[in-house]
Design a binder for this molecule. Structure first.
Ligand code: NAD
Ligand code: LMR
Length: 331
């Protein structure tokens, strides 16, 4: 930990749904420096809806009681214009989780409208360089809605989280190969944070060996793919609540790599397509990305085989359908 006088100027970090389950895990990771760096002070700007404000008061008390040296200020509010004011980074988490009998896309009617008002508030008051990660489901389409309602912010500053799916893919490979997760590199997710997602193993390595040589195709295209794609539901069934600590950890990884760089590694991020891999322009789609100097670059020259193409096409179709369902929210 740095001495106070070696530290940078504080940045403003907004978190919505801050009194929810993900918020409760995420705020401690941000406050401890895991996301923006051990020398980067933060001012936390926490948004809730009125019924959540009492719980948010409790969360703020606990953050104070944690005495984090990097936390240089905190505000709790139910007004997005206060929460997003001059924000440098925003975690859009606040929204309803699904129950075990729902698909994530069933949440769009309840959650989609949230991202209209929040997109407009981001447009009005956030830093013009703000980096936004959308976690609330269905996260790809909610990011699209927020982006469409913030016309003054470049679309590439709006992302959605598929890092949890990537981390799940790493976890499955590490377990099967009986190696630590740190030995698995460059497995990434195409498409939607939904059952159609494609965890692509073709460029991944396991202790430096090609994942496609280490694992058989039947597992990679069968149990591996299915386990990763349906893990959210399996957790809801087991825990009686949707993933929270792992989601917070993935959001930390996503924003850390965007802010501090991915060190040449491929990471999964959903962002508005510029036509990469034939994905229609504007669809918020998860691509293989690298991050450097605060910028995300889509790795746009990977070969696509017939299986990968069929999965990409499936995700395009699903996301076009979601976009059609929210057309009246797109400004
Ligand atoms: P939660 O119910 O525990 O917490 C959500 C919080 O958001 C609540 O405190 C609620 O009061 C607040 N909220 C609701 N509407 C709001 C609004 N308009 N503005 C600000 N706050 C608002 O839910 P959770 O477990 O924290 O999950 C939050 C969301 O994240 C859900 O939609 C869930 O499906 C999603 N999720 C996404 C991923 C992913 O990988 N993308 C992973 C896990 C969960
Ligand atoms: C997850 O993948 O764990 C989250 O999106 C929660 C869910 O509804 O599956």
């Amino acid at each position: 930990m740095c001495d106070d006088n070696e530290m940078k100027q504080p940045i403003r970090v907004a978190v919505t749904g801050a009194a929810g389950n993900i918020g409760y895990a995420l705020l401690w990771r941000i406050a401890s420096g895991d996301c923006f760096g051990a020398d980067q002070p933060v001012i936390l700007q926490l948004l809730e809806i009125p019924p959540g404000m009492q719980r948010l008061d409790g969360v703020i008390m606990e953050l104070k009681d944690s005495a984090f040296p990097l936390v240089h200020g905190m505000v709790g509010t139910d007004d997005p214009n206060i929460a997003f004011n001059e924000a440098d980074a925003i975690f859009l988490v606040g929204s309803r989780p699904r129950t075990k009998d729902m698909d994530r896309s069933d949440l769009v009617a309840a959650n989609g409208p949230i991202f209209v008002g929040q997109g407009k508030a981001i447009d009005a008051v956030a830093s013009p360089n703000v980096k936004v990660i959308t976690v609330g489901n269905p996260c790809n389409t909610n990011a699209l809605i927020a982006c469409a309602n913030a016309p003054s912010i470049p679309p590439q500053q709006f992302t959605a989280m598929t890092r949890l799916d990537q981390n799940r893919a790493v976890g499955q490979m590490a377990e099967r190969a009986d190696v630590p997760a740190s030995k698995i590199h460059d497995v990434f997710i195409w498409g939607n944070h939904a059952n159609t997602m494609y965890p692509d193993p073709r460029f991944a390595s396991v202790e430096g060996k090609n994942a496609t040589d280490v694992f058989d195709e039947e597992w990679l295209q069968g149990a591996f793919l299915d386990t990763v794609a349906t893990r959210g539901k399996a957790i809801i069934e087991a825990r009686g609540a949707s993933s929270a600590a792992s989601a917070a950890s993935a959001a930390t990884d996503h924003m850390r790599d965007w802010w501090q760089g991915s060190n040449g590694r491929i990471v999964s991020m959903a962002l508005p397509s510029e036509g990469w891999y034939g994905v229609p322009e504007g669809l918020v789609f998860s691509f293989p990305c690298r991050c450097e100097n605060g910028e995300i670059t889509v790795v746009d020259d990977l070969p696509v085989d017939a299986f990968a193409q069929s999965k990409i096409d499936e995700n395009i179709a699903a996301l076009l359908e979601e976009r059609g369902a929210v057309s009246e929210l797109l400004g």
